[in-house]
Write a protein that binds this ligand. Structure first.
Ligand code: NAD
Length: 426
């Protein structure tokens, strides 16, 4: 998604993620009779910071990078959202991701707003030292607006617990004392939460189980294809397999692998660690990205990037249920077609909310300096995910809409409610 506005497919639909989310907010606000002033506020981001900053590379050259921190809203609590390091990231993508975070935190009803950060860079081609210097300088630039009571970053595509540790350390250095609550997704040794690394994938698994029950799919033995094999995709696949699902295909940027008898997911994770890709794993057929999406299966878990399921490829999808591990994987046009075909979509702002829920738990534990067991974290996550799923399912049945529209309406109403009760300053 390298351009600010990009159209693909025969229908010429936009795949600019910020335009997509704005269009949907407009539609839902109209349908839900949301006051015009609230619609106008919710469809824009409250604060957008662009930074250009120098980093000394290993060969002595100084490169200037561009990054963003966007706060969509802090109306329901501190803004919250990950940091993405990716060569194609841009401001509109970051704004869309920030908006989805506000909707997501509202869907699962945790006291946060939404934010997102990004840096245009390719972490895969940078040394550890270069990444550390880039992270520290970026943190310094955005420290104007982040903080444990203001805006709390976390990992996203291209970042990980080590990057969060550098963010926390840099922020703490500028303040003169250690501030655990400035980021979540930290390593355990500096106030991370047990269960955070797996939380997004665990949330996907939990809602997939609820969805299967709703559709009458036998979860044990249900066939699954997973697009993207990073934090979200690999953990979702692993936890689904542990629940008895049969993972028949997974993919990463280099391509996909398929075995109709099911993959040993933990062995695939080891293979990817050793070789850099899932491709080449024993006893599998190599397949293309398009072939993975088109597989005959019960569940499809898109867990890569935005705009992967579009009007031009949606008709190839045969899965009965789509569990959106990624943010924004389905375009509005594709959504309509899936709904018409009776394919059940568990939308991103519900399906991948497990990460932000356990981030919230991490923040709470850090503020209290009192840490919970992994079992406690997982139990509390299950309660939140199950109740959010039930609430959205009920709303979708009542309003005769798909799960995404139902989730948007529930979220927008919560945000609007907070706006009304707080009143307008000045
Ligand atoms: P990641 O960088 O760990 O993994 C991304 C994976 O997608 C990699 O395996 C990459 O090779 C693969 N990929 C990229 N393009 C692909 C394509 N076209 N086809 C197949 N594979 C492709 O990132 P992540 O943290 O797992 O995030 C994945 C998605 O989940 C993003 O949309 C992110 O915003 C969302 N998300 C992440 C979290 C989290 O806690 N990490 C939480 C909520 C949502």
């Amino acid at each position: 998604m390298s351009k600010q506005t990009q159209t693909v497919g025969a229908t010429g639909e936009t795949t600019n993620p910020f335009e997509m989310v704005q269009q949907r907010i407009d539609t839902i606000c109209k349908r839900g009779n949301i006051p015009e002033a609230a619609r106008l506020r919710i469809r824009e981001c409250q604060r957008e910071l662009t930074v250009h900053f120098p980093v000394r590379m290993d060969d002595g050259e100084i490169k200037v990078f561009t990054g963003y921190r966007v706060q969509h809203s802090d109306i329901r609590g501190p803004a919250k959202g990950g940091i993405r390091f990716h060569p194609d990231v841009n401001l509109d993508e970051t704004k869309a991701l920030a908006t989805w975070m506000s909707l997501k935190t509202a869907v699962v009803n945790i006291p946060y707003g939404g934010a997102k950060g990004s840096v245009i860079c390719n972490p895969k081609t940078m040394s550890l030292g270069e990444l550390e210097r880039l992270t520290r300088r970026y943190t310094n630039e955005i420290s104007l607006i982040i903080g444990p009571e203001r805006d709390i970053p976390a990992p996203d595509v291209g970042t990980n617990p080590q990057v969060m540790a550098w963010v926390m350390d840099t922020y703490s250095m500028t303040k003169g004392y250690s501030i655990l609550g400035v980021v979540t997704g930290k390593p355990l040794s500096i106030g991370g939460s047990k269960g955070r690394g797996e939380a997004t994938g665990r949330g996907c698994m939990l809602v997939a189980k609820m969805g299967a029950k709703h559709l009458g799919i036998n979860f044990k033995g249900a066939t699954v294809a997973v697009q993207g094999f990073g934090n979200v995709g690999s953990v979702s696949a692993m936890l689904l397999a542990r629940e008895g699902c049969k993972i028949i295909a997974v993919s990463d940027t280099k391509g996909g692998i398929y075995n109709p008898k099911g993959l040993d997911v933990e062995a695939v994770i080891r293979h990817k660690k050793e070789t850099g890709s899932v491709v080449g794993f024993k006893d599998t057929k190599t397949i293309t990205h398009a072939e993975l999406l088109a597989l005959e299966c019960d569940m499809l878990v898109p867990a890569a990037l935005e705009g992967e399921i579009r009007a031009d490829n949606v008709s190839s999808i045969k899965a009965k249920m789509i569990v959106e591990g990624a943010n924004g994987p389905t375009t509005p046009e594709a959504d309509k077609i899936l709904f018409k075909n009776g394919q059940f979509v568990i939308p991103d702002i519900l399906a991948n909310a497990g990460g932000v829920v356990v981030s919230y738990f991490e923040w709470v534990q850090g503020l209290q300096s009192f840490f919970w067991s992994e079992e406690e974290v997982n139990c509390k996550l299950e309660v939140v995910m199950n109740s959010a799923f039930n609430e959205i399912l009920e709303a979708s049945q009542r309003d005769k809409t798909d799960m995404r529209d139902a989730a948007y309406l529930v979220a927008i109403k919560r945000i609007e409610d907070a706006m009304t009760i707080r009143g307008l300053y000045p």
